[in-house]
Design a protein around this ligand. Sequence first.
Ligand code: HEC
Length: 104
Amino acid sequence: MGIMTRRRASIRITMPLAGLVMFWIISAPLAAQDFDPGRALYQNHCQQCHEQWVHTRERRRVSTLGGLREQVASWSVHAGLQWTSEEIELVTRYVNRRYYQLTE
Ligand code: HEC
């Protein structure tokens, strides 16, 4: 009788703890790599055609942030992606941060 109750008590404590440890193991790597959705979208859908050269060439088309947003929007249509304005914004900011550094 004494042993049974002690075993049950230890299961009651161990199960929630195991859940907590599992959660911690699974969530730690996700938090560690700082995920940039704009970069991911660009890498998945745009990078196969161009990376650096198109944004750093001498006669690049983009010279304003609004112009960049327009290019990103129109490329999302060309590539058949129909991005939402939020996705367009994310990619515009990523490309700007990485290559253009435009402020307006
Ligand atoms: C089918 C190939 C292809 C795909 C896919 C593509 N692009 Fe392009 N992109 C090009 C080419 C080629 C040019 C250069 C056109 C020119 O000479 O104006 C260009 C130009 C650009 C420019 C203007 C660069 C500058 O400053 O002159 C931007 C911005 C751009 N692309 C963004 C994107 C984004 C964002 C995506 C993903 C949604 C994308 N592109 C997908 C081929 C592609």
